[in-house]
Write a new protein. Structure first.
Length: 135
């Protein structure tokens, strides 16, 4: 597995790129206030324009960019306000600090992390059952 890096430029655009190969960075989103990688898997989540956007498999941009929309979820959270900061992302919970200092916990679908865990442990039959259950 090749290492990836995500970064936000001066225009607040979110990009992903490889670390060791000189490929052109791919633009994932715009107006990104904050982003973070999952603590265990290659899942990227960001807050863009009061939306929590989760890229469950951001590496898909190196295979087929048309598939990216199938691996992304977006949920509106107007209560985050302006300039929220993501503190951590583990399991299926994201903790966000609002501008006023309040901390908000947001939930993300647990199924992708469960599927990644099954694949990591070599339990592909259980992963397939999970996919059939979720559809």
């Amino acid at each position: 597995m090749e290492r990836k890096i995500a970064f936000v430029d001066a225009n607040k655009d979110l990009y992903i790129s490889t670390v060791h190969r000189s490929e052109r960075p791919y633009k994932l989103g715009t107006i990104c206030d904050s982003f973070i990688w999952h603590d265990k898997f290659d899942i990227l989540t960001s807050i863009s324009d009061s939306k929590l956007i989760t890229y469950f498999y951001p590496n898909v941009v190196y295979v087929d960019t048309d598939l990216l929309d199938m691996t992304v979820t977006s949920k509106e959270y107007p209560e985050l306000g302006r300039l929220p900061q993501i503190l951590n992302y583990s399991d299926s919970m994201v903790n966000v600090r609002r501008k006023d200092g309040g901390i908000v916990s947001l939930g993300i679908s647990p199924y992708p992390t469960i599927l990644f865990d099954f694949c990591e442990k070599g339990k592909l039959d259980k992963g397939l059952k999970l996919c059939r259950f979720v559809k």
